[in-house]
Design a protein around this ligand. Sequence first.
Ligand SMILES: Cc1ncc(COP(=O)(O)O)c(C=O)c1O
Length: 373
Amino acid sequence: MMFADHVRDLANLAAADRRRTLAPRRGIDFASNDYLGLAGSDRLRASMIEALSRGVPVGSGGSRLLRGNAPEHEALEADAARFFGTEAALFFASGYVANTILFATLPQRGDLIVHDALIHASAHEGMRLTRATFVAAAHNDADAFEDAITAWRASGGTGRVWIAVESLYSMDGDQAPLAALSEIADRHDAVLLIDEAHATGVFGTDGRGLAEALDGRENVITLRTCGKALGCEGALLCGPAVMREFIVNRGRGFIFSTAPSPLMALAVGEALRIIADEPARRERLWASVATAERVLAPYGVTATGSQILPLVLGDAARTMQVADAIQAAGFDVRGIRPPTVPEGGSRLRISLTLNATVADIKALAKVMEEALR
Ligand SMILES: Cc1ncc(COP(=O)(O)O)c(C=O)c1O
């Protein structure tokens, strides 16, 4: 039979409670990354209507290196570099693609990448393509990063070191020790790669993220994805001008791919202005975080000091049963299973956004009591 191996693999996934399906969007939003509720905001919608009515094209028509380089891309990159305080920025169609290109392109043969053990799948994708050596360091353990570098140098490694972390971890809601990692990077002449996917818009002055104090440094590159708190899609790599120029010349996924829609570049530019102009959105989100930490604590939900609150249940089947019960009551809380999280680490990932009110959070707490019983 054609695809017999694939059918067997799907059956194995089902047997391990890991087979996924695409579910419709239903219930109050405790699952999206639209933290500031910008995706459906009047202001983003108005900016798109205005752009369409003055003739901004829907498609870019080609690679950035050919006809696809629209003024909207360049304007966004200039705005983003100014906003984040870096020499340059480069826009991509998604964070996954940006990370893949970053890890595949910048570290060279003979270099070492030391990455956090819980780093996102997109970084792993890039590392599958890199010519550099790569090694995992224990999650959020700055000493483990330094030990890995020291061991590699002792074994004869002579190239550049790249330290790769997320500033706010997407499944745990905890923060990387950025100050300590930056000191390690300086000591070892290393470059620090910081994925700000879940911190952008939520943390920092005007939503600049957790790495704002490091932006602009010669040895720091940050990734700002645009599909989460910015409410759009795409991603911005921010850092030194040479990073931008190197990827334009050597980043295969950048060169051999159609540029993102100029409309989306405009939308992201508007989203950056919104996060700076409307701090009340962040204030409301932090009020939700405070409520959630209080009312969900009795059910074992971890208070993380962020908008991402995990409830680790361990077993995949039980996690999905609890998620189903909560969803049936009208709350869109999703269960997360391996390989997205480590083996035995299945969990509910409660994501707080402005799409749910404080009253919704309190109502969720009542439902969780029942669902966990
Ligand atoms: C930490 C992290 N990096 C990168 C990505 C990929 O970004 P995007 O969704 O824009 O492809 C995600 C989101 O899934 C993420 O959580």
